[in-house]
Write a protein that binds this ligand. Structure first.
Ligand SMILES: N[C@@H](CCC(=O)N[C@@H](CS)C(=O)NCC(=O)O)C(=O)O
Length: 254
């Protein structure tokens, strides 16, 4: 098969990359990477980096959702993931970059924090990944979960209480920004452009955290995120201290 996507169903940039291939009508093979084992699996598959999504495309190995968007768009131009007009393209690229660098780490950090703290969540993830003996996997993956919780993300934060609380404080403004990008047409939906896929995949995962659902659902970006990623398999139980959620209790957008 000329196109192979290494992904994890729970991973929001993986969901965005898969949707790109689907929108282009590309015939591809999907390889499920075990959650918390990305680094090992991807190195064994010949990739230099240890993150999903990772794409083999006609002999090339491409990692990172933004690089994948460009490679796929160049090889299969229709429907386009970026506008043809240079000014409009620059706006979409700027939004996509913000989506990847600032918004994307937020649910990943919450997930890592929760996975390190909560065996039930690890059991759920093992079940979604189709693994047998999910209870054993949950116990065995505790050190890996702790390791990922200590990893520093591109934005300099870790999945610690301080990192998570800073994310929760920043989240309302970030979702307001996603709403504005949707309202001014930077995030196109018909067909979805690269910025919409990048940002709405993250919004969809945020919405799947029971702790965050009410707040996310009050934003106008939540409904298109749910439509675009209707089959997203994530449902994450309450894991955060109620007091940490206070920044989300301020009234949502009008
Ligand atoms: N910003 C990159 C990052 C992807 C990323 O961090 N993926 C996570 C899953 S959502 C991963 O595989 N992490 C493994 C690791 O950090 O070792 C992208 O958009 O592709």
């Amino acid at each position: 098969m000329a196109v192979v996507l290494y992904w994890m169903a729970i991973s929001h940039p993986s969901q965005a990359a898969r949707k790109m291939l689907d929108l282009k009508g590309i015939d591809y093979e999907l390889v499920d990477v075990l959650p918390l084992n990305q680094r090992v699996h991807l190195r064994l598959a010949g990739f230099r980096g240890g993150t999903v999504p990772a794409l083999k495309l006609e002999g090339h190995k491409i990692q990172g959702s933004r690089r994948i968007a460009r490679a796929v768009d160049e090889r299969w131009p229709e429907p386009p993931l970026f506008p043809a007009d240079p000014t409009a393209r620059a706006r979409v690229e700027q939004a996509e970059r913000w989506g990847e660098e600032e918004l994307q780490p937020v649910p990943r950090r919450l997930f890592r924090f929760a996975a390190a703290e909560n065996p039930e969540l690890r059991r759920g993830v093992a079940r979604v990944a189709g693994l047998p003996a999910a209870g054993l996997v949950a116990a065995a993956s505790k050190p890996a979960a702790a390791y990922y919780a200590r990893t520093i993300e591109a934005d300099g934060r870790r999945a610690t209480e301080a990192g998570v609380r800073a994310d929760l404080a920043a989240l309302p403004a970030m979702l307001d920004r996603a709403d504005r990008l949707l309202a001014d047409g930077t995030l196109a939906l018909d067909p979805p452009n690269a910025a919409a896929l990048q940002i709405l995949a993250t919004v969809r995962l945020l919405d799947a955290f029971e702790d965050l659902h009410d707040h996310v659902a009050a934003h106008s970006c939540a409904a298109p995120a749910r439509d675009l990623f209707a089959d997203y398999p994530a449902r994450l139980p309450r894991v955060l201290e109620p007091a940490w959620l206070e920044p989300l209790l301020v009234p949502g957008p009008a």
